[in-house]
Write a protein that binds this ligand. Structure first.
Ligand code: HEC
Length: 131
């Protein structure tokens, strides 16, 4: 009886110590505010439809917005073509049928499953991307 009471008291003491002690609040007050350089180029709050369609397809495996990957960066494409209806139709056709020879010898794969309307949405978004 007596021993078990002592025992349980000491267990209580240990567990209290374990909870209360040893906890040092190391306050991290260093707030690293990274300057968002591209905020000026950021599109409006809503994600444009073309951007969503691009994210859903395989485009990002070969294209980045600002860096050349397998294909040209979208910013380079936007710098090369004006956003005229003719260019939008023409580039949408390239997405669907594939293309080669405008940026190098590596061809772009065809995307026959993408509709003309969706491809045009993608192009419209691509042509808004600024360097
Ligand atoms: C397998 C890699 C690959 C994939 C996947 C890919 N591209 Fe491309 N893309 C390329 C290459 C390579 C070129 C350059 C072709 C050329 O030189 O004419 C290119 C060119 C382009 C161009 C410019 C065409 C021109 O004639 O100037 C656009 C716009 C484009 N891609 C959009 C897309 C979109 C949108 C998707 C997704 C639906 C996509 N690409 C998927 C590799 C790819």
């Amino acid at each position: 009886m007596k021993i078990s009471k002592v025992l349980s008291l000491s267990i209580l003491a240990v567990s209290l110590w374990a909870c209360g002690g040893g906890q040092q609040n190391t306050e991290s007050t260093s707030s690293e505010t990274s300057t968002v350089a591209e905020s000026a180029a950021a599109p409006a709050a809503e994600e444009p439809k073309g951007k969503q369609l691009i994210a859903q397809s395989d485009c990002l495996g070969c294209h980045k917005e600002q860096q050349k990957l397998v294909g040209p960066s979208y910013a380079d494409v936007a710098a090369k073509y004006e956003a005229t209806p003719e260019n939008i139709t023409m580039l949408a056709g390239k997405i669907i049928n594939g293309g080669q020879g405008n940026w190098g010898e590596v061809p772009m794969s065809a995307h026959p499953q993408i509709s003309q309307a969706d491809a045009e949405e993608m192009v419209k978004y691509i042509l808004t991307i600024k360097k």
